[in-house]
Design a protein around this ligand. Structure first.
Ligand SMILES: C[S@@+](CC[C@H](N)C(=O)[O-])C[C@H]1O[C@@H](n2cnc3c(N)ncnc32)[C@H](O)[C@@H]1O
Length: 597
């Protein structure tokens, strides 16, 4: 009798089937019973013990920005099936158990049963994964080579979850109780099918049908439970990242799943191999809820809301989505009804009339207030820098104040791009915890960074770099659309910063000590001349992006002057640039006047 037949007659198979059935039933137990090993400083907030609308994780004690709140190995992790444009890491070069690079270990072991589809770095890892993989392997063996290579990491994670349920009662109860929103799928099936859903949800539901067909064929069991498990994974899983914040697969951890989303999160997940650390982005008081972001926070509000609805099936009710303006791009309220998405006003038109120009100026001023709503925070920060940097001359102090002021205005302090830089910087600084902390803190709060005696050169370099990366992220986000005013606005600000940074470094350090900055001036004048000639064609857009890349390189140089970067970091920066290349669209503007703000 072959292995598959034997398995289907086994006790294990029957246990899995009954676990799937239990998952589909309503839970009658208080959730806290399913999470026996909570860290002491965390608690589950579950006001009505069974409803989940307000359920989340609270911290019981105070913690500081940068502190690790929860350090864990996620219960399930599966690497991408194929290499993607965003990362070279995938299941073919990562150990399926410990996720270490197979290139480094050099002693890879392949599973013969599934023709090497699953690989490990050593025999120990293979043995540790055996209990789950022996069944996963039977499943994979039902497919030919090409079909198997189309199996996604999400499908594999659901499969591994189903298999594990057979031997883990706690997991069964947790899955029974986790939010899944699978009723959205059931209702769509009952009603008019998937036609009324957004295109992204339609394709997700179609993929779900394919997954379900495979699982039903193999396990021959309870459809309702299988559907719920697919949705438990959709709603509760998170992108698995490597040390460089590149997406390399998917992870699911039942405790981490209880953390709610906010577009203004107070925590962030940082990766180091298989280990995930949830870090505080700001000081947290006892009783405060931990919040992570499930989507990029620097997108405009309507895009964030759409992403959350498409992927997690909820309407975001976080502190900034409930504001009646868009914190990141508050154009609707402030530009008399123009929306970022549909805004066709380009630089040309803005230059066109005095009224439009004034509208944009107003927008800029308003942005300044929105980012610092409490007490126009930019001003005290400027003051603090000016008074604490006693070694600076008056003009330098005032320039630096303006510089920091601009950053506070333009970049949300918890912005993702900043975190990207930090993780890249980590490669250099992990050996030095103080330096590491210094960069972490910078991403969280400029004010407290100053208290950490962040040095002058580093802040200039970071300032420039932060804005450049922000720009590139924006280009990526706007890939399929026109490069419009918001990008130009940032270009100009980055240029202004670059010029100031260069000038101040020169004054401070003398030309002989300057890092290789010769190209900075060229980069700046390139962009400037493009803008002032007002050329409107594809080549001009391409050249501008090129000039921007150079600007970014200058940021890297400035940084490497402070802390040498590794070759890998520099290559990473190159990758960011590459992935930012857009199909060039006309750039119409001359925003020189923005520099006067
Ligand atoms: C990963 S779960 C988080 C834990 C969830 N509260 C629970 O008790 O199971 C994600 C789900 O929580 C709810 N949720 C999380 N953040 C939210 C937010 N900002 N606004 C509205 N609902 C949210 C949504 O139902 C979402 O699909």
């Amino acid at each position: 009798m072959d292995d598959l037949k034997l398995f289907k007659q086994s006790l294990e198979y029957n246990r899995i089937k009954s676990a799937v059935k239990i998952v589909s039933e309503h839970s009658h137990n208080p959730i806290s019973q399913h999470y026996g090993f909570l860290p002491e400083h965390l608690t589950i907030n579950n006001p009505c013990e069974r409803g989940n609308a307000e359920r989340g994780i609270l911290i019981k004690q105070q913690c500081d920005a940068g502190d690790v709140i929860y350090d864990f190995f996620p219960q399930f992790e599966v690497a991408e099936t194929n290499q993607s444009s965003e990362s070279a890491d995938c299941k073919d070069n990562l150990c399926a158990h410990c996720l270490k690079s197979l290139k480094v270990s050099k002693m890879g072991v392949e599973c013969g049963g599934c023709d090497g589809f699953v690989k490990y770095c050593c025999e120990q890892c293979m043995d540790a994964d055996l209990a789950v993989h022996k069944i996963e392997c039977l499943f994979l063996s039902c497919y030919d080579f090409e079909e198997r290579n189309r199996i996604t990491c999400v499908e594999r994670l659901i499969l591994r979850l189903i298999i594990t349920l057979g031997s883990d009662d706690t997991l069964v109860r947790q899955c029974q109780d986790l939010t899944s929103h699978y009723e959205v799928y059931l209702e769509a099936k009952k009603g008019q099918g998937f036609n009324n859903l957004s295109p992204i949800q339609q394709s997700l539901f179609e993929v779900t049908e394919a997954y379900l067909a495979g699982f039903l064929r193999f396990f021959g069991c309870h459809l309702q439970g299988l559907i719920k498990l697919c949705f438990v994974v959709f709603v509760n899983s998170t992108v698995l990242q490597n040390f460089y914040d590149e997406p390399i697969g998917i992870m699911f951890d039942p405790f981490f799943s209880l953390i709610n989303h906010s577009c203004e999160p107070n925590t962030i997940l940082v990766w180091n191999g298989r280990r995930a650390a949830l870090k505080a982005l700001k000081k947290l008081k006892p009783g405060e809820e931990l919040l992570v972001s499930y989507c990029p926070v620097f997108l405009p509000k309507n895009e964030r809301k759409q992403q959350l609805q498409n992927s997690f099936f909820f309407d975001c009710g976080c502190s900034i989505c409930t504001l009646d303006y868009d914190l990141w791009f508050p154009s609707k309220t402030l530009t008399g009804g123009m929306e970022w998405e549909t805004d066709t006003l380009d630089g040309q038109m803005v230059n066109g009339t005095e009224m439009e120009r004034t509208a944009y100026l107003d927008l800029m001023r308003a942005l300044r207030d929105v980012y610092c709503p409490e007490e126009k925070k930019g001003l005290p920060i400027m003051h603090k820098i000016a008074t604490s940097s006693s070694q600076l001359e008056a003009t330098e102090r005032s320039n630096l104040s303006t510089l920091v002021y601009n950053i506070v205005e333009l970049v949300p302090r918890h912005s993702w791009p900043v975190y990207k830089i930090v993780s890249l910087m980590k490669a250099n600084t992990t050996k030095d915890p103080v330096a590491n902390l210094r960069f972490t803190v910078l991403t969280i709060d400029i004010e407290s960074a100053l208290e950490q005696h962040l040095d002058y050169k580093a802040s200039l370099g970071m300032a420039l770099y932060e804005l450049s990366v922000c720009l590139l992220k924006l280009i990526k986000a706007k890939r399929r659309q026109e490069i419009n005013w918001s990008l130009d606005m940032l270009v100009e600000s980055a240029l202004a910063l670059a010029l100031q940074a260069h000038k101040q470094l020169k004054t401070k350090l003398g030309s002989s000590l300057l890092p290789p900055l010769a190209d900075l001036k060229n980069a700046v004048s390139d962009v400037m001349s493009l803008k002032s000639t007002g050329i409107v064609n594809e080549a001009a857009a391409g050249q501008q992006l090129e000039a921007l890349s150079q600007l970014l390189q200058c940021g890297v140089n400035l940084l490497s002057f402070c802390e040498p970067l590794t070759a890998r970091d520099v290559a990473e920066f190159g990758l960011i640039l590459e992935s930012a290349s857009v199909s060039a669209k006309p750039i119409n503007s001359n925003f020189r006047w923005l520099l006067q703000i």
